[in-house]
Design a binder for this molecule. Structure first.
Ligand code: RB5
Length: 154
């Protein structure tokens, strides 16, 4: 499985640790973030990872900034992206099972390396459950595609 990973200056050390951790587990990692701690605008990495996932050049993406918020907002502007900020493993697992998230985000100023690894593991091991959850994800994608939601007008 190919995973694109990106970050800003606030998350260089954690990005490197997660990258090495997942490489050791056999994932093919594509690093499109910064490796330097000089100021780096998080939307750049959010956009790069999101475009790779949306185009199918990566199966999934991981984004890390100070909080996970800014970089996830940027990623979610790309069509087809469902990027969720998760600061603990339960939400990470549910974001795949119920929301079919295709990018995971978290904050290097929020979670430490051990918790980040647990979050990543739960997320990668979870599978989308489909069924009623598919209906709801389809509604999210309808809003994205049309800026409307038919069910809200009924
Ligand atoms: C950078 O200082 C910080 O704003 C960024 O890493 C992130 O937390 C934004 O949401």
């Amino acid at each position: 499985m190919k995973i694109a990973i990106g970050n800003d200056h606030a998350a260089v050390a954690l990005k490197k640790e997660i990258l090495a951790y997942l490489q050791e587990k056999g994932y093919e990692m594509i690093n499109v973030g910064t490796d330097q701690e000089t100021s780096f605008h998080y939307p750049v990495s959010g956009y790069r990872v999101a475009k790779m996932v949306a185009a199918g050049e990566a199966d999934l993406g991981i984004l890390i900034c100070g909080t996970g918020v800014g970089i996830s907002l940027a990623a979610n502007k790309v069509k087809g992206i469902r990027c969720c900020v998760c600061s603990e493993p339960y939400t990470a697992k549910m974001s795949r099972e119920h929301n079919n998230s295709n990018i995971l985000a978290f904050g290097a100023r929020v979670v430490g390396p051990d918790l980040a690894k647990m979050i990543v593991d739960e997320w990668l091991n979870a599978k989308f459950l489909g069924g009623r959850h598919q209906t709801r994800v389809d509604m999210i994608m309808e809003i994205e595609a049309t800026q409307e939601l038919k069910a809200a007008q009924e």
